[in-house]
Ligand binder design. Structure first.
Ligand code: 5GP
Ligand code: ZN
Length: 139
């Protein structure tokens, strides 16, 4: 039996504020929302992160994020929306079951997702471009 809290929520063993469900996913309200209407998209089958989620489920998950974003927009509860998906502790992942955040945003709300801008040298930019241009061919 899985000890994963999001497995239990996704499969209905633990109650949640569910706003949508299909065969593969459950969409719930975050228990500690960044703003009202902050949703989490959870696959019903466990995957730690995007690397463990197969491509079809990944497409379905991000497709679902558009559906949730459309619902939030048409409910008039946001001026903007962030789609966020964390992988690994260094990236802020705290629950090791893949999930996508759909976060309603308003001007001057207290949500902080920004990075500090940095500047790369031409060499650094070219080196990372070369590595990623090669690696992307494998997927
Ligand atoms: P992460 O930091 O891993 O990307 O996001 C985990 C999210 O799950 C957090 O926003 C947190 O508030 C939410 N969360 C953690 N435990 C629960 C829970 O038991 N129920 C719900 N609805 N959300 C949870
Ligand atoms: Zn799980």
């Amino acid at each position: 039996m899985s000890e994963c809290i999001f497995c239990k929520i996704a499969n209905g063993e633990i109650p949640s504020n569910t706003i949508y469900e299909n065969d593969n996913f459950r969409v719930i309200l975050d228990i500690s929302p960044a703003n009202p209407g902050h949703c989490l998209i959870l696959p019903k089958n466990h995957a730690n992160d995007i690397f463990e989620l197969n491509i079809d489920m990944t497409k379905e998950a991000f497709g679902l994020s558009k559906k949730i974003a459309e619902a939030i927009k048409s409910a008039n509860i946001a001026e903007g929306i962030n789609i966020l998906q964390n992988n690994g502790e260094s990236a802020g992942q705290t629950v090791n079951h893949f999930h996508i955040h759909v976060i309603p945003r308003k001007t001057d709300d207290k949500v902080v997702l920004k990075h500090e801008p940095s500047k790369l040298s031409d060499k650094e930019m070219n080196d990372i471009k070369k590595i990623l241009t090669e690696k992307i061919q494998q997927f």
